[in-house]
Design a protein around this ligand. Structure first.
Ligand SMILES: [Zn+2]
Length: 290
């Protein structure tokens, strides 16, 4: 039976040329999608995140500083209006993607730079936590939400904002100790740092099993776990491809709405931005087929 096209949120506003990968690579992923390489995928522009929405997940004073003070975005400064717009567009993309997934079963947004952002501060190239916003948006319609974070680094910001929320399950597998967090609830928090690449996919299966009770899955599909993208030696492209299929097929089998964000994927391992975009396309393909 043919499946409906996958809707992925993106607009040129996501992109600020000459900046960090978090605000440049989406353009190349969109180009690959438009060329038909990910299968039947439709790109759609999201509505910008509003200040009011951001105050649901961040301290109002932090939001105010980001909007009004030059230099509040310390990680990728200097601050500029296109950069603010880019972050508002990609954060809004997560809210629109969750609503699309709740309506049609699956979706995604070409958003990056989300999971290190805490309630009161930006961190690690992340200004606003679009994963947290998407989770709260989903919880208007479902009882529980799972955030699966397979970026190389941990989602310490997501834990800071949602760790105490009894409706939110967090599963985080890292290959790097940056931004680690300590589980405080054994029923809702799964955290594991992988050192042996051979055990990686088994850990992903365990994380998915742990997320069994959730009604909606938000997937932070970082590519910086890949050995040539600065990740763990032994995590090959084949492992990454299998990982994306495991996640998408698990959600499809369980018939729960699922959506992805791009997350990490950088040039510092020696890859070009085009090669990073090709990696992210694996996620889009897996979701398009599911
Ligand atoms: Zn990362």
């Amino acid at each position: 039976m043919p499946t409906a096209p996958l809707t992925v949120f993106y607009s040129p506003a996501y992109v600020v040329e000459g900046r960090m990968e978090t605000v440049t690579k989406a353009k190349l992923v969109a180009k690959l999608i438009e060329s038909g390489k990910a299968g039947e995928v439709r790109l759609q522009a999201p509505k910008l995140a509003t200040r009011k929405e951001l105050e649901l997940i961040h301290d109002p004073e932090y939001v105010r500083r980001t909007f009004e003070e030059t230099g509040a975005f310390l990680e990728v400064g200097p601050w500029s209006l296109p950069l603010l717009n880019s972050i508002l567009a990609s954060t809004g993309g997560m809210r629109d993607a969750v609503n699309e997934a709740l309506r049609t079963g699956r979706s995604g947004s070409l958003s990056s730079g989300l999971h290190h952002a805490r309630r009161r501060s930006g961190n690690g190239f992340c200004q606003f936590n679009g994963l947290a916003l998407a989770a709260l948006e989903a919880l208007k319609k479902v009882k529980t939400v799972g955030i699966l974070d397979l970026d190389a680094h941990a989602g310490g910001g997501t834990f800071d904002i949602l760790g105490e929320d009894p409706r939110v399950y967090l599963a985080d597998i890292t290959v790097n100790s940056f931004d680690s967090w300590e589980p405080t609830n054994s029923a809702r928090h799964f955290y594991h740092e992988v050192r042996d690449p051979q055990s990686y996919l088994g850990q992903v299966e365990d994380a998915l099993h742990f997320l069994g009770p959730v009604d909606c899955l938000i997937y932070n599909a970082g590519m910086d776990t890949y050995e040539k993208a600065g990740g763990l030696k032994g995590i090959t492209k084949d492992i990454i491809r299998k990982r994306e299929r495991l996640v998408a097929e698990w959600a499809r089998r369980r018939k729960i709405p699922h959506l992805f964000a791009l997350a990490g994927g950088y040039k510092w391992g020696g890859l070009s931005l085009e090669q990073i975009a090709e990696l992210h396309l694996e996620t889009v393909q897996a979701f398009a087929q599911s």
